[in-house]
Design a protein around this ligand. Structure first.
Ligand code: 0O2
Length: 267
């Protein structure tokens, strides 16, 4: 295939990867806005390189005319979670979306690969709009924890280095470190609720502080400056206590004060 034809073929896949990243990042944002813990920690994506597509086609004896059907991961998105429990939640979120349809799933958490690889894969159908009209294409979504991702990244680099001929002692080390990753994910799961509580409190606190500062800024425009200075000092005092309950209480009181000023301004 000519270079230009490859570019044209890959163009909708570039768009799909960008759109999918935006959509999953927005899910993180939606959780934050609602002061909720997000099962998605971060998202990355890539379009498979031409050499990697060709290598897969050779390895799997895929003819060029079957490439788009059979190379299912030309568009790839990777979703990183903090805890193993989050992986199922993310998969469920994807399955109930109307803009993606799940074609198949591979559960390498239950069925760990011989290499030690663990991850959850979904192949989805996704439609992008192009100048030639809508194009339905496939994308692979890999969902894994940070720890699984660390292991897979290191192992991928070593596979690349040894080009399928990994020395036994390196492969053994990788298997042992895969076991250590399983143990680490388990340990983290045991303290999951405590970590989530801490993270929720921190998100809640930053959302409250953001709202309070916005409110004080607005009060500066419509009310007595000395009054607002007093409110600001009180806010700093409450903030220093590091007590979320006090901060919430102050937020509610400030809302009432602001409402009073707004009512006065309308009159
Ligand atoms: P890249 O560079 O990530 O694009 P296969 O026959 O194994 O190539 P298949 O049948 O299409 O793959 O699906 P599978 O097994 O779900 O693998 C798809 C992708 O999962 C791989 O893409 C890797 O990204 C990842 N993966 C699968 N097995 C392993 C493994 O043992 N170690 C690591 N580090 N990653 C793995 P590509 O095309 O291999 O590579």
């Amino acid at each position: 295939m000519e270079i230009q034809l490859w570019r044209n073929m890959l163009c909708p896949y570039e768009l799909a990867v960008q759109e999918l990243i935006v959509k999953f990042e927005h899910l993180i944002e939606e959780h934050r806005q609602k002061d909720l813990y997000s099962p998605i920690e971060s998202v990355t994506g890539r379009v498979k390189s031409v050499s990697s597509i060709l290598e897969k086609m050779q390895r799997k004896h895929i003819p060029i005319e079957r490439m788009e059907e059979e190379v299912e991961d030309i568009a790839g998105v990777r979703i990183i979670c903090q805890f193993e429990e989050d992986i199922g939640k993310v998969a469920a979120l994807i399955k109930k979306r109307s803009d993606m349809t799940v074609k198949s799933e591979k559960d390498y958490l239950r069925h760990i690969k011989q290499s030690g690889y663990r991850s959850y894969h979904l192949i989805i159908y996704y439609t992008v709009e192009t100048t030639d009209g809508p194009k339905k294409l496939q994308a692979e979504i890999q969902i894994r924890t940070m720890a699984m991702n660390f292991w897979a990244t290191v192992e991928h680099s070593l596979q690349y280095k040894y080009k399928g001929d990994m020395p036994a002692h390196v492969a053994d080390r990788l298997i042992r470190s895969a076991d250590a990753i399983i143990a680490l994910d388990r340990e983290m799961s045991l303290v999951r609720s405590e970590i989530i509580d801490a993270q929720n409190s921190s998100t809640l606190q930053s959302n409250i502080v953001r709202d309070i500062l916005l409110c004080i800024e607005n009060l500066y425009k419509i009310s007595n400056k000395r009054e607002v200075m007093k409110i600001q000092d009180e806010f700093l005092r409450v903030f220093k206590t590091k007590d979320l309950r006090q901060l919430e209480r102050f937020h509610r009181q400030l809302d009432i004060i602001a409402e009073g000023y707004r009512a006065q301004a309308i009159r």
